[in-house]
Design a binder for this molecule. Structure first.
Ligand code: PMP
Length: 294
């Protein structure tokens, strides 16, 4: 549907996108107080919707926010919006904030959290980059330790940090930025998880090193198991990345994309590797079947 005929759900009400407004006292806007999800639809298949909803409900529970809908209702509203907007191949954004009220004390906020569902068309990188791979740099911006904000919470406010890191990548003409944790171990990229291939084995940092438990990351781990490729969650240093045979990033928006250099060191041959290409092909197939049909 043309953008002036698109709709969004705000707290369960269908509103034309062009007329969708939130309060200037919404806690998401005032303090980044909330959580979100980004979900892809592939040809009418909402990819791994259930784990996305589980992650959202866990994020908001950890933040002490109670949604006014349950999973089945939310699922129904999402499917309805996809059909109404005709975004059968696109991107769904679920945004939650604690609610409306000035002042940071949650005690002064109304009992109704804000929940917005929108759908978009989205292509993060040009096709050429999926074939030739991304150049990645290490950001000086670190991921916050779990004692500050747990990486498992897909929190709105946390992303100011990731945006700073992404600006570093932009400044250096790179496609993405790797972020390290306070101990110097690799955590993830600004909107993606990282995998390296070393000695025929897939390695990815554990969430305890500061990585979001990515849905695409899990899908790749499942595929690796099915393909007989060993996969382990283990701490990685930059040395491990520089010396990997292959590397790739995974995320809902970016999908699976090869990473061919890191801080101007070629990874392997400096071209997308064989295992990476096999994973990408298998992921493409999986997106057609694993999810909710609308
Ligand atoms: N890390 C961060 C910081 C992210 O924002 C994302 C995107 N949601 C990911 C990793 C990848 O997670 P997923 O595969 O669930 O999109």
């Amino acid at each position: 549907a043309p953008s002036d005929q698109q709709w969004v759900h705000i707290n369960g009400k269908l509103v034309p996108k062009a007329e969708a407004h939130l309060s200037i006292y919404d806690h998401g806007f005032l303090y980044g107080d909330g959580a979100f999800e980004g979900i892809r639809v592939y040809d009418g298949n909402i990819f791994r919707l259930e784990p996305h909803l589980t992650r959202l409900f866990r994020s908001v529970r950890a933040l002490g926010i109670e949604l006014c809908v349950d999973k089945p209702v939310l699922q129904q509203q999402i499917a309805e919006l996809v059909r109404k907007n005709g975004h059968y191949s696109g991107y769904i954004r679920l945004s939650v904030s604690r609610g409306v009220g000035l002042g940071l004390d949650p005690a002064h906020i109304g009992k109704t959290p804000t929940l917005v569902i929108s759908t978009e068309q989205l292509r993060l990188y040009p096709q050429e980059m999926y074939e030739n791979g991304l150049h990645v740099i290490t950001a000086s911006t670190r991921v916050p330790p779990a004692v500050c904000i747990d990486p498992q919470i897909k929190s709105l406010g946390r992303y100011v940090n990731n945006i700073m890191a992404k600006m570093e990548a932009n400044r250096m003409g790179a496609g993405e930025a790797l972020m390290l944790n306070m101990q110097g171990y690799v955590a993830e990229a600004t909107g993606d998880n990282i995998f390296v291939v070393s000695g025929g084995m897939l390695l990815t940092p554990p969430t305890t090193d500061g990585a979001l438990p990515g849905i695409t990351r899990q899908a790749v781990m499942d595929l690796a198991r099915d393909m007989g490729i060993a996969c382990r969650e283990t701490s990685l240093t930059l040395y491990d990345v520089y010396n990997a045979d292959e590397a790739f990033l995974t995320g809902t928006a970016a999908e699976v994309i090869p990473m061919v250099t890191c801080d101007q060191r070629k990874i392997g041959e400096g071209k997308p590797g064989r295992i990476t290409q096999r994973i990408i092909a298998a992921f493409r197939e999986l997106t057609k079947v694993d999810g909710l049909k609308v």
